[in-house]
Design a protein around this ligand. Structure first.
Ligand code: DX5
Ligand code: ZN
Length: 230
């Protein structure tokens, strides 16, 4: 009865054929497209900006035309100017690292005012205390299960207990009639650990190398769903 979402990270896609890659992974069953923005400042790597987001946006739909949400993960500092540009470029969700914004509540309100769904992202060592005054105002909480900056790293085990804590905060909010915030996990998610991560409380799963590293994306997504159905 829980709804799970698979969010392939196009960080591990073939950038020379990005539109086709997005289409292929959506045909393969992706629920979200995860878009990793790195600025060589907040993280030691550089990826893509709003222009690429805008180019990818028309591909973010299923064969029947149903839109597939574009989940933009900003690993940038400062946040506000780029959040504005990504909203204009077609982002649906915009998540940012609270430690990268001087005024976290203002950034949340800005993203909301631009018509997008705001979320906070927590690095492995970042405490969830930021949620005390923000959880009711956001639509997604994302826990990094690797240190941000690169695809293909191993899942950090302490994320499991942290997910449990985030799950309990969200469940309390929902029990009091509040917003059913998504709990997303990002980094090192594979077919062989996704079930355990779901049991810990996650409902939305970013996976880059595990999906784009295989020849048939539909097979990997189906394997992940099988694990989640067990
Ligand atoms: C890391 C990115 C992740 C990454 C996940 O900074 O935020 O989204 O691409 O890649 P895998 O699934 O390969 O760990
Ligand atoms: Zn990410």
């Amino acid at each position: 009865e829980r709804t799970f979402r698979i969010a392939p990270s196009i960080l591990s896609a073939d950038f020379a054929r990005l539109g086709d890659e997005v289409k292929a992974v959506i045909d393969g069953g992706a629920d979200f497209i995860h878009f990793d923005v790195m600025d060589n400042h907040y993280v030691p790597n550089l990826t893509f900006g709003p222009m690429i987001c805008q180019a990818v946006k028309p591909y973010c739909k299923k064969a029947d035309g149903t839109p597939v949400p574009l989940d933009v993960h900003l690993m940038v500092e400062p946040v506000d100017e780029l959040a504005t540009q990504f909203a204009k470029a077609g982002a649906d969700y915009i998540t940012f690292h609270p430690d990268a914004s001087k005024h976290v509540d203002r950034t949340i309100q800005l993203i909301r005012s631009l018509g997008c769904k705001p979320g906070l992202v927590f690095n492995p060592a970042t405490p969830l205390s930021w949620l005390e005054y923000t959880l009711k105002n956001i639509d997604i909480v994302m826990l990094m299960s690797v240190n941000p900056g690169f695809g293909g790293q191993s899942f950090i085990e302490s994320t499991i207990s942290k997910l449990g804590y985030a799950r309990s905060l969200i469940d309390v909010q929902v029990a009091m009639g509040g917003n059913p915030v998504l709990l997303e996990v990002d980094g090192g998610v594979k077919t062989d650990n996704i079930r355990r991560i779901a049991e810990a409380g996650a409902d939305t799963f970013v996976a880059g190398s595990a999906i784009f590293g295989k020849p048939d994306y539909a097979v990997v997504v189906a394997q992940m769903r099988d694990e989640l159905a067990l």
